[in-house]
Design a protein around this ligand. Structure first.
Ligand SMILES: *Cc1c(COP(=O)(O)O)cnc(C)c1O
Length: 819
């Protein structure tokens, strides 16, 4: 039952390290690449991987968290930690891979490896659902499929497992060989080959050949000839092959796919007989993934009847944590992905990032099939809850209940979800953040439903991973040491308040900036401790500014004098920011003001200038590059004068989003990132590095058939000359969908197809022309996403993406996702 441990000497042996100094004996259970996500520090081995920041820089932090075992490539880093074991290798990533490969080698079992351009994760998760009844399966967590993700996935194998399912993803030539050596698959599945992501390759054929290297030596290879262009039959990997196709003869030849009420009925020819299955999905990508799973089941020897029965019960894969508003001022984190200890740890980490409520609560079911003995499992979970400072535990299930004594926090246990639901009113949840995490069998969606405020109609989904990824993108463009101020004014450009700020704080930005004191106060009340600059500090708000430790931007003599006068004599130097106008002509001191400004700043002891900054008027536009250069020079000149006069240093900053990549010389000490965080940068030629953060969607309330003489909506502006079908959708100008989108100017996506607005936009609703689109009541409608972008919408009504985003009114519910 035990998971496999290695002592540190065995690890050193795997890595061919001839001599290292054993500082203390250690048993290794976990491999870590992120110093923040630690479950059991004593048995963890930290790899100092070079990424955006060199992993060696996190050694001290990891050490502080109790980690004593490290794999490093820079010897100088071991000096300050005399009681820790350091394994010195030439290449830390390669070392992680060697350990993964060595671990895998210990197990003789079937291992399915999956690669392809799309669908890897879904096919992996579905095969897990389909095969769980017959096997004890170990699989890649989420989409762990990279050069780092694969060794970490394989590391989870233990003696209990008799099937592994791992995915592999590559971005350039030469990477697959590594992954193949770690996974050592016996069965291979190629999902498909798309045109996307061809960047790291010279051609699609080259990309395909590289991917096929994963399957060298497998017993069975499952593929479609449709994706095998340029590969001769003799070049196909595997002792045996199993093919599927919708176009040509194959082992599984798909005859037709018929949509029925959101499901798909599929008929195929297999061993000269017609067979069928019902896939509980309607969209094209899911149908293809379903067919791949069908092929896999048949290839592995299941009968068509068994396959059909299992496929019918597939469920959608949701790997995202959802953060929603709950009842009684609670925030609910809903995590329906697999209930195991590593994903619990990730979810707890996200819970820990939430500072908006005083109490953090976990509702947790028994964890099943973890490969650990119960006592070990629940001891580990108890330690984890303590470490992550969870305040309240509600355990559901007979296993967790029987270990109640292990948990030192406030706790309540129930035998079943049913019992919890009966007791629900007595549990009085209020003003807490509640993480809901249960194994599928416990049907925790029933609990989430009780806890969550009903969200209907129009919602804006915010992808927190995309936001973090955009932050990372800009950080990678910064010169070393440049700080980041994240602009979260106007409800974070419409995306949210503490939800966004919590994430930014977790990802260690240096500063936040808001427009008004109110916004800053809201952040403080939600537990944000980062320094916050307030750009329009009105005198009536000075008291609150001090109370909540906000830092005002002072932009003219009047406000500066008022603030100094407001500060009590006894006040020690209060941090302020001086705004310099270099050509925007909005707010700020100009050169002639210095004569008065400098002496005043020197006289007073009540304030300290922590930064002086200016704002660029057109950093995104090549046409104005000369002017931008002039602004920068002016800023440098004036800030130098200020610095000389003050006699101390302050943070200098002038760049907004577009300047970061277009004018790297203007990064100075800090940059202020706004719209780029939310996934848009008009100064960026190649937008592929940025991810869409916000998706606005609604649903169809009613479908109507209209004749050629009918008119649609207020003012009778809408007409369909040949008659047709309209869909009424739940978004109007009061939600921020501007009236200027009326009469065909705006378009939305209905089941993936473009549908123009017909007639005028009303306050809470509008109508779309869905003639010929097979739309029905309840269908989802996209107002903007990564296909139909905020930039497209801005263009339609002649505005900028900033306005599209910030217009979305507060009555539109926000849901936050985190993977
Ligand atoms: C809003 C704002 C920014 C951010 O601008 P983006 O173009 O969104 O990056 C930077 N500085 C100041 C002073 C701002 O008001």
């Amino acid at each position: 039952m035990r998971e496999i441990s290695y002592n540190i000497q065995q690890i050193a042996e795997i890595l061919n390290i001839e001599s290292f100094e054993l500082k203390h004996p250690a048993l290794i259970n976990s491999l870590l690449i992120d110093s923040r996500i630690v479950i059991s520090p004593e048995t963890s081995l930290f790899f100092a991987i070079p990424a955006l920041r060199d992993g060696h820089e996190f050694i001290a932090e990891a050490y502080a968290r109790g980690i004593r075992n490290f794999v490093i490539s820079k010897p100088e880093y071991q000096q300050n930690f005399p009681d820790a074991n350091f394994l010195l290798v030439p290449d830390v990533q390669a070392a992680l891979q060697e350990i993964g490969a060595a671990h895998r080698k210990k197990f003789e079992m079937e291992v399915i490896a999956i690669t392809g351009s799309n669908g890897k994760t879904i096919v992996k998760e579905w095969l897990y659902q389909l095969l769980s009844a017959d096997f004890n399966i170990v699989r890649s967590p989420k989409s762990f499929n990279s050069q780092l993700g694969v060794p970490l996935s394989v590391w989870q194998i233990n003696q209990e497992n008799n099937l592994g399912i791992f995915e592999a993803g590559i971005s350039k030539q030469g990477e697959m060989q590594n992954l193949a050596g770690i996974i050592q698959p016996t069965i291979g599945i190629l999902t498909n080959i798309g045109e996307a992501h061809a960047e790291g390759f010279t051609s699609s054929a080259e990309k395909l050949k590289e991917k096929l290297k994963l399957f060298k030596g497998v017993k069975l290879f499952i593929y479609s000839p449709e994706y095998m262009h340029g590969i001769a039959p003799a070049e196909l990997p595997g002792e045996k092959q199993f093919s599927w196709s919708t176009q040509t003869n194959a082992d599984l030849s798909i005859l037709f796919v018929e949509p029925i009420n959101g499901k798909s009925y599929v008929k195929a020819l297999y061993k000269n007989e017609e067979i069928e299955c019902l896939l509980p999905f309607g969209d094209k990508a899911s149908v293809e993934n379903g067919i791949i799973c069908w092929a896999a089941l048949l290839a592995m020897g299941y009968t068509p009847e068994q396959a059909d029965l299992r496929l019918e019960r597939l469920t959608a894969v949701n790997m995202r944590l959802e953060l929603k508003n709950g009842i009684n001022q609670c925030s609910i984190i809903d995590d329906s992905y697999s209930a195991d200890i590593s994903s619990l740890s990730i979810a707890l980490d996200f819970l820990n990032q939430q500072n908006q409520h005083p109490v953090k609560t976990l509702i947790l079911s028994d964890l099943l099939q973890t490969g650990k003995a119960d006592i070990e499992l629940y001891t580990e979970i108890a330690a984890l809850l303590k470490q992550k400072q969870v305040n309240r535990l509600i355990g559901i299930g007979s296993h967790i209940s029987s270990f109640a004594a292990l948990f030192e926090l406030q706790n309540t246990f129930f035998e079943s979800t049913e019992e919890f639901i009966q007791q629900f009113p007595a549990l009085s949840f209020s003003n807490e953040t509640i993480l809901v995490k249960g194994a599928r069998r416990f049907e925790f969606e029933r609990i989430s439903k009780l806890l969550t405020q009903k969200v209907h109609g129009t919602v804006m989904e915010i992808d927190l991973n995309a936001l973090a990824s955009n932050l990372k993108f800009y950080k990678s463009k910064l010169a070393p040491g440049v700080k980041v101020m994240a602009m979260v004014k106007a409800f974070s450009y419409g995306s949210g308040s503490f939800e966004i700020a919590n994430l930014l704080q977790y990802h260690q930005v240096d500063y936040l900036a808001v427009a008004y004191a109110d916004e800053g106060i809201a952040l403080r009340k939600a537990g944000i401790t980062l320094p916050v600059m307030v750009m329009s500090p009105e005198p009536f708000a000075f008291e609150a500014i001090l109370k909540y430790k906000l830092e005002p931007e002072l932009y003219n003599m009047e406000i500066l004098k008022a603030f100094i006068a407001f500060l009590p004599e006894t006040q020690q130097a209060y941090p302020v920011h001086i705004k310099i106008d270099t050509g925007m002509h909005r707010l700020g001191f100009e050169e002639p003001d210095l004569a008065e400004l400098l002496p005043l700043l020197n006289q007073t002891k009540k304030i300290k200038v922590v930064s002086a900054f200016s704002h660029l008027a057109a950093s995104e536009d090549e046409k104005h590059d000369e002017f931008t250069g002039y602004q920068l020079q002016t800023y440098l000149h004036l800030s130098t004068a200020l610095r000389k006069s003050l006699g101390y240093d302050f943070i200098r900053h002038i760049s907004n989003t577009s300047a970061i990549t277009r004018h790297p010389e203007a990064q100075l000490d800090m940059v202020r990132i706004g719209i780029g965080l939310y996934g848009y940068d008009s100064g960026l030629k190649d937008q592929t590095g940025l991810r869409t953060v916000a998706v606005l969607k609604t649903t169809i309330t009613q479908i109507k058939n209209v004749g050629p003489k009918d008119t649609i909506g207020y003012g009778r502006w809408g007409v369909l000359p040949d008659g047709g079908t309209t869909a009424t959708v739940k978004i109007g100008y009061a939600d921020g969908y501007r009236r200027s989108f009326s009469n065909g100017v705006g378009k939305m996506l209905v089941n993936g197809k473009s549908a123009p607005v017909i007639g005028t936009i009303a306050m809470d609703m509008c109508m779309l022309d869905v003639t010929g689109l097979d739309a029905k009541t309840g269908d989802e409608v996209i107002i903007f996403n990564n296909e139909l972008t905020i930039a497209d919408l801005a263009e339609q009504i002649g505005t900028i993406p900033y306005e599209i985003l910030t217009n979305i009114s507060q009555r539109v519910k926000r849901i936050y996702f985190y993977e």
